[in-house]
Design a protein around this ligand. Sequence first.
Ligand code: PPS
Length: 513
Amino acid sequence: MDKRGLGLSERGWLMPDEMLRDAPAYNPRPSELADLELLLSGAYAPLTGFLGRIDLLSLQRRGRLEDGTPWPLPVTLEIPEGLALGLELSDPAQRSVVLTDQEGAPIAALEVNDAWPTRDGRYGVGGTVRQLGDGRHGPFQRLRRTPAEVRDLLPPGRVLGVVADRPLHRPQLAQIAHAARTLAAHLLVLIPVGDAGPGGLSPEVLVRTVFAARDRMPPATLVAVPLVRRGDEIRDALLRARVASAYGVTHLLSTGEMLSGGGPRVLVPRELAYDNRDGQWRWRDDIPPRNRRLALTNDEIDDLLDRGFPLPEWHTPPAVAKELARARPARRHRGLVVFMTGLSGSGKSTVARGVADHLRETGDRTVTLLDGDVVRRELSAGLGFSKEDRDLNIRRIGWVAAEVARHRGMAICCPIAPYASARKTARQMATDAGAGFVLVHVSTPLEVCERRDRKGLYAKARAGLIKGMTGIDDPYEAPVDAELTIDTSQLSVDEAVDAVLHHLTETGWVEPK
Ligand code: PPS
């Protein structure tokens, strides 16, 4: 049980009341911490804590809390079973949990009034939260103002809210300027910093791009809000509208769904296009087709950045373009994990070595080769070949590879990696590090691998001398998400190496020669 008590008080920066002295401490998940911050700041008013079962059920049935307040989404907290079972809900002195940040610094006291088992042996808990310490954490402290602080800053009158969950290019800036002018409203830009945005941009980059567009906006107040998307577009939009309203927004500029119910009025702007006669952005239907250029799609923007082209000035203010180019450099300058998977003896290591040698010769890339055998000696010594051990092995490889790629190197890995879920984890770690991930399936058939049998393992497995040999009596889940598949029974070593290099060049990860 996580009973650390709060000896922390002795350090002097926390003043827990008596009740909390023996309260267990718990560090919630990042999305739960984001909700906690919104609860404490008043952005989720009238909510004062995590929802219990009665409210959750009512929410599910009729989109309202038990007392009738409309509310779009569950705001929930889960804790480990051991922690939940140690609470005594009938005793006010024994039902508090101190919620902490990752370093263990207290953020809030949760007074639990409902607890129930959920999947994975965890417990959902409902109850009110009360701030301890200054309650703030994460980057951009100075931008993370509370709704009350922001409302105090706003001039009287209408407030136009914009949730900037993507960088602001000229079409969006023109829509914002138009709406602010039409309404004669003050502009409040809410930047969601709870998680990576829909385009995969980190919150830090998003904030920088929005600031880079600031001189193209009417006078504005900017605030960072730890909103995390739940993945349901309409409900997420409704929640944003509620939070915007807590910050004093009277009119919300939306690009998404029409919303109804309490909160600000929502304006859905018309689509703008660039008029090449005078360089203005106006309603697309007011421009003759031959003079109009439509805004770039997000995919087009990503593609330009991936290939190292500057975003065109007619579309994106140069300062914004510069931030984006910095955050998403051309692929040939970005970190990359090349992950080769296949049976033992399929030729992964041979091909990987050939690719690594070529890149070292040309000097295009710094390469770290994480070869199966080397990894098992240096990184995963002691691990065997059970599913758990294999998964752990792949996790370690994925982690090291992602760190290499985070710093813009290239990591080439060649474990068997028989399980799709472990490969997916490796992909996710690379993506989270802002790097690319190319899965190469070395699909050489088992018969051929077995015929090669360099290490004599297949023969031993057939003779029953070793157990759990991949392909013989242990599974290999062939990938369905490979970027490239090569079969070394059909290709020479050189051809296989060329196939990989060709793919990397074609997709921009390696400079063409
Ligand atoms: S895994 O599944 O990705 O963790 O495996 P990996 O780290 O690539 O290790 C595979 C190498 O270990 C040798 N070996 C076995 N492979 C598969 N199954 C069993 N039971 C086994 N026991 C030992 C084998 O030589 C693999 O090397 P490669 O280079 O792939 O031939």
